[in-house]
Design a protein around this ligand. Structure first.
Ligand code: GRF
Length: 197
């Protein structure tokens, strides 16, 4: 895929089904888009995100994450960096990537790694944030796009979108509405970054 010269180049990392990657890839095809998705990498063999990328002609790579459960081992991290550099990415967008990134990758793309998280951070970092929101009885939650640092969901916030919690919400129904919001906000942020904001 050849990016328009005035577009920023984005590499997407994900472990799951890839709905956010699809939202980014589709938004990137619109005439006024300021970014292109140029590569997709997953730590999970057979993840839906890889198929969704290939269907759209985006190069998709599975990289074995190595021996650890929650992070990449040194060899895997080096391979991730190599593939991202080969694709000449300007930004790395995490979209359901289920491992904590360490300094090696973050230093390779300083202030250029962003993530989408399904809560209004700093509330409910970590896993299953929509369940945490229901358990706490909050009346609004939402999603957050933020820069990634070495902590868990702690980096500088770029943008947030509010989702109302309904009286009859289940974890599944709330998660679904949060994901609809995610698919709006993530492309908006990428376009803003592409405009240099
Ligand atoms: C999203 O809900 C995102 O907030 C979280 O993981 C999920 C990924 O879903 N970090 P998908 O793979 O983009 O469909």
């Amino acid at each position: 895929m050849v990016a328009k010269p005035d577009c920023i180049r984005v590499g997407v990392l994900g472990s799951g089904k890839g709905s956010n990657m699809v939202a980014l890839a589709e938004a990137a095809t619109l005439p006024d888009a300021t970014f292109k998705v140029v590569t997709v990498i997953s730590d999970t063999a057979g993840a839906g995100i890889l198929d969704r990328a290939r269907e759209r002609g985006i190069p998709a790579h599975y990289i074995n994450p190595g021996q650890f459960r929650t992070k990449l081992d040194a060899g895997a991290e080096a391979r991730f960096i190599e593939v991202l550099r080969e694709a000449k990415v300007d930004y790395v967008a995490l979209a359901g990537f289920m491992r904590i990134l360490k300094d090696g990758l973050l230093d390779a793309f300083p202030k250029r790694v962003i993530n989408i998280h399904p809560s209004l951070l700093p509330s409910f970092p970590g896993l299953e944030s929509w369940k945490q929101a229901l358990d706490h009885g909050v009346k609004v939650t939402g999603c957050t796009v933020h820069f990634v640092d070495a902590g868990v969901d702690t980096g500088k916030i770029i943008s947030q979108k509010v989702v109302e919690v309904l009286d009859n919400d289940t974890p599944a129904s709330l998660h679904e509405r949060i994901q609809v919001a995610e698919r709006t906000i993530y492309p908006q942020v990428m376009n803003a970054l592409g405009r240099g904001l």
